[in-house]
Design a protein around this ligand. Structure first.
Ligand code: PMP
Length: 454
């Protein structure tokens, strides 16, 4: 063949989803906790709006319809960010917009560590391996200001200057929301070093405590901040592929917009017209959608909190999530047991074991830019809400969703897996069927979890 296609691995979140689908097809009982899908049904009003616009077959403007851009501007204005619709660009998902922005930046970016799997992958595809900058404890999604300043100075001295920084408010994978103070400090460094800030606020409406709001860097550094969001998370319409970006005003913002729109014109031409119509309706925030988002927020809070409790009970170090639908437990306190029972020393070995032996799909911290030896895993429990829309609706409307039998059963199974994973009892004496190698088990024989998973 005349070419050697560039190797681009499947995004880890999509890959774990596919592995789980494969296991399920093989008849293995699975706990799908890997994929960042919102897991609640699409609201019927959105379906109605989408259907009404199904006949729209024309391409439409590259930046998006005037109605959608005005609705998105209203959405941001109600969140303390007055927005001119001229500064809004829509795209087929915020992922595409983020990639377009990285291409427009045309230089190195700093991304938080840990952070969503695709920033680093996209930056690398765009031609510049990113600088990974650690986040302050308990405040995922925003690089520590002091460490960012150091990284910027170092990168400049090396002749590989950093041009932009990505932040996630609230954060995936940690489920935390950085404080106003942390955001202000980040903006200070961005100003001092003339960095563009790309603020991914796709989980902005899923802060569990309704009294807490995202403090966007666009509040303090509007001249250099792009904000992105989408329908994918709070309205569970990831498959509709519709996102929006709010660019800065002024000459810099206009130049950036021209670059992004030019890139969009060469890659996706325009976003799907029927989805734009439905999105314009959604960003107008009619009461039935606001109530729907409120119910999803409560469901995510209840289930992620329960998952965090199960990990804590098993001896992991874990924070109760403050936002979104992720839990990020650290199994470091169980390291010795994991090594003794299974020979596990890295995050990927841990998640590989969870998948192969127990049918549990989670992602290792290394997928989010952390070191291979880190034993944190990202758990996304939204697939437990139900296998069909009837169950998902029941979960959404329930005052106590974790007591619904299918969710309670999955949580108990998780507890069983975690107990079995760290159980050393049958390591005392060699038993038939034990794997060769330093004490690695293949099955405990007496555990209902192991039996179910084998
Ligand atoms: N940003 C973050 C932090 C995400 O978790 C995701 C989806 N997992 C996206 C962006 C992309 O969302 P979409 O392309 O559906 O808008």
């Amino acid at each position: 063949m005349p070419i050697d296609p560039r190797p681009v691995p499947l995004s880890p979140t999509l890959a774990v989803n596919e592995a789980i689908v494969r296991k399920r097809r093989e008849g293995v009982p699975v706990l799908p906790l890997g994929f960042g899908e919102a897991g609640v049904p699409i609201h019927p009003a959105l379906v109605r709006e989408l259907s009404a616009a199904a006949g729209r077959g024309a391409y439409g403007p590259v930046a998006g319809s005037a109605a959608l851009r005005a609705a998105a501007a209203g959405y941001w204005s109600r969140r303390g960010l007055p927005t001119d619709p001229e500064t809004v660009v829509c795209g087929p998902g915020s992922k595409a917009l983020l990639f377009g922005l990285l291409l427009a930046v045309g230089g190195r970016v700093a991304v938080p560590s840990p952070s969503w799997v695709s920033y680093a992958a996209q930056a690398t595809l765009a031609g510049h391996a990113p600088a990974l900058v650690a986040t302050p404890p308990g405040e995922g999604g925003v690089p520590s200001a002091a460490l960012l300043a150091d990284a910027v100075v170092r990168a400049r001295a090396e002749g590989r200057p950093i041009r932009a920084v990505v932040v996630t408010l609230p954060d995936n994978p940690t489920g935390t929301l950085a404080s106003e103070e942390t955001v202000r400090k980040l903006c200070g460094v961005a100003r001092d070093h003339d960095l563009l800030i790309i603020s991914d606020e796709i989980y902005g409406d899923l802060v569990h405590d309704p009294a807490r709001r995202v403090f966007s860097p666009a509040r303090v550094a509007p001249e250099r901040t792009v904000v992105t969001t989408a329908l994918s998370k709070h309205l569970a319409a990831g498959g509709w592929r519709l996102g929006v970006a709010r660019l800065p005003e002024g000459p810099f913002g206009r130049a950036l917009r021209a670059s992004l729109v030019g890139l969009a014109s060469e890659i996706w031409s325009a976003s799907p017209a029927p989805m734009q119509h439905a999105a314009a309706y959604a960003f107008g925030e009619p009461p039935e959608l606001v109530a729907h988002v409120e119910r999803s927020r409560r469901l995510h809070a209840a289930v992620t909190g329960a998952v965090a409790d199960r990990f804590a009970a098993a001896g992991a170090r874990v924070r109760r999530p403050e936002a979104a639908f992720y839990v990020y437990p650290d199994l470091e306190p169980l390291r010795d047991r994991l090594r003794a029972a299974h020979g596990v020393t890295t995050g990927a070995e841990l998640t590989g074991l969870l998948l192969e032996r127990y049918g549990v799909g989670v992602l290792p911290a290394s997928a989010f830019g952390e070191a291979d030896g880190v034993l944190r895993v990202r758990v996304a429990p939204t697939m437990l809400y139900g296998d069909d829309d009837d169950r998902r609706l029941e979960a959404l409307g329930s005052p106590d969703p974790v007591s619904l039998p299918w969710i309670a059963g999955a949580l108990d199974r998780l507890s069983g897996v975690l107990a079995d994973l760290t159980d050393l009892t049958d390591l005392a004496a060699p038993a038939p069927g034990r794997a060769c190698g330093a004490g690695h088990r293949t099955g405990s024989g007496h555990s209902p979890v192991a039996a179910a998973a084998s």
